[in-house]
Design a protein around this ligand. Structure first.
Ligand code: BG6
Length: 508
């Protein structure tokens, strides 16, 4: 594969494809689901789009007794099954030449010495020039051992001007205290600018588009405040159950799994002020500012809800409840649904509740941010004409039907003056011919380019826990989550939570 870069174009032109320079990526945890379904396919997709250097090296590290070819076969199968772009023999041939495998345990010094040796060979043979990223797709309890090993064998720092980076996956702790402990373990070895924390929601095209739509246009910003906005609903609904993930999920639950990170990130992007620029420092600063202004309602019994899926029906098929899933203890109190009201105490948002909800085994898979506006202050119509009219809304449809909807009232055709809700839709598929990249493609590329705006720094993670810890403590002291039928829209208490505020959840 040859990469052709037009020499007449200014290299600072942001429209030029962003192509990673010579480098290698070491993945720990290559036998896991995430590596197979997301990381390896994303690497292939990047190679296929011409965004990886021809000399790219990929090294797997695990306990299996594999040779390089065995690992290459695993990558091949994962790519065939999960890659987004079509399989091309020439791309694969070039990528697979740079694939290596190192066998070992995380506490095995010899294995890490072998890793160092493999990387220097790659540098010599493929020209990766000592630039290496280490992707820890492993349970956080091993982070300390692995980063210490990397440091011991001289891989955490380079003696030349080559870069070294570490990529970590959530969960970044299970509360504030453990997040701080985890951070200090990584911090001991890697400087903050070398640490890339993945929140894959930030890699989603539609999530980045929230900032583009808010700040590239003049249409929305003037009404994006408490003068016009009644409330905001952020929904992340999944139709799947926990599958074979009981080992990870039980004891963690919906709030720690996705609310502390993905949903709070969506809130931050919806509510933040315009950053001075889109560099990492400016974007992170604005997100942190808004997260630091978030407060919990005083009475959590009225403004939070949680549930656990019971048996029910999904897509016409009967499904079992959470307590019947493999590996879940009969008396588990882990919530698979969480809803919470948050307030943002700034001039822009005071008095506008942000309602967050997420759940597994709900009616359908949908993630959206709905900004719901106040009703017009005066309606010069007969009351009967506006009965079917609800509030105006701007909805960012994050997935699966990527786009944006604006809901407003319109006259129903006919001789009477009757009003009804209509929508205006923007669909990615209709407006752009190129399909959106997977979140992991974007994020892995950004790691290799050393481009950090889409990666939360530790302070943001900490703020997430500061917001959620009191809710988790409250739930821990207050009995079991309410059961809700699989295939429905969550527990009764979640409906009541909004009804008390005179509002109702959107039916996606
Ligand atoms: C992960 C959670 O972060 O996000 C999973 O750990 C969840 O429980 C997943 O299923 C959902 O991601 P997506 O991209 O399918 O919305």
């Amino acid at each position: 594969m040859t990469l052709v870069v037009n020499p007449l174009r200014d290299p600072r032109d942001r429209r030029l494809p962003r192509i990673a320079g010579p480098c290698g990526l070491v993945v720990f945890g290559v036998t896991g689901d995430l590596a197979r379904k997301k990381i390896m396919p994303a690497i292939y997709d990047l190679a296929n789009r011409g965004l990886l250097p021809p000399s790219f090296g990929l090294v797997g590290f695990a306990r299996r007794e594999w040779a390089d070819q065995d690992f290459a076969q695993i990558v091949h199968d994962a790519v065939r099954e999960h890659a987004r772009t079509e399989f091309r023999e020439d791309v694969w041939a070039q990528l697979s030449e740079g694939i290596r495998f190192v066998m070992g345990d995380f506490d095995d010094d010899n294995a890490f010495d072998e890793l160092a040796h493999t990387l220097s060979q790659l540098d010599a043979m493929r020209g990766t020039r000592g630039n290496h990223a280490f992707y820890l797709s492993i349970p956080p309890r091993f982070f300390g051992t692995v980063v210490q090993q990397l440091s011991r064998c001289g891989l955490a720092e380079s003696e030349t001007d080559a870069w070294r980076r570490v990529v970590i996956e959530k969960p970044f702790g299970h509360d504030l205290e453990s997040a701080e402990a985890l951070n200090s373990v990584v911090d001991e070895v890697f400087p903050p600018e070398a640490v890339f924390r993945i929140d894959h929601y930030l890699g989603k095209e539609t999530v980045q588009n929230m900032l583009a739509i808010r700040f590239a246009n003049n249409l929305y910003e003037p009404i994006w405040n408490s003068n016009y906005v009644d409330h905001v609903q952020i929904t992340m609904a999944e139709d799947i159950g926990i599958g074979s993930r009981a080992g990870y999920y039980d004891g963690i639950g919906a709030a720690r799994d996705v609310m502390q990170n993905h949903l709070l990130q969506l809130l931050a992007l919806t509510a933040m002020e315009e950053p001075v620029s889109f560099d990492a420092e400016s974007v992170r600063r604005e997100k942190e500012k808004v997260l630091s202004a978030v407060s919990l309602p005083r009475r959590l019994e009225l403004h939070s809800a949680r549930g656990q899926y019971a048996e029910g029906w999904q897509g016409g098929v009967p499904v079992q409840g959470y307590l019947q899933e493999d590996g879940v203890p009969d008396d588990s109190r882990t919530e698979t649904y969480a809803a919470l009201r948050l307030d943002v105490n700034t001039r822009r948002w005071a008095g506008v509740p942000f309602y967050l909800r997420t759940g597994k085994r709900l009616g359908r898979r949908v993630t959206e941010v709905a900004v719901v506006f106040k009703k017009a202050p005066h309606q010069p119509f007969a009351q009967s004409a506006t009965e079917e009219l609800s509030n105006n809304a701007v909805v960012f449809r994050v997935q699966p039907d990527e786009g944006m909807t604006v809901r407003f009232g319109s006259k129903v055709p006919g001789t009477a003056l009757e009003l009804r809700d209509v929508t205006m839709d923007f669909q990615y598929g209709d407006s752009f011919s190129e399909a959106s990249p997977e979140a992991y493609e974007r994020l892995i590329l950004d790691v290799l380019l050393g481009d950090p705006p889409l990666f939360p720094r530790h302070r943001e993670v900490e703020m997430g826990w500061r917001i959620l810890d009191p809710v988790l403590d409250y739930w821990a002291d207050h009995g079991r989550p309410e059961q809700y039928a699989s295939g429905g829209w969550g527990p009764q208490s979640a409906y009541e939570m909004l009804a008390r505020d005179g509002r109702s959840w959107r039916r996606p």
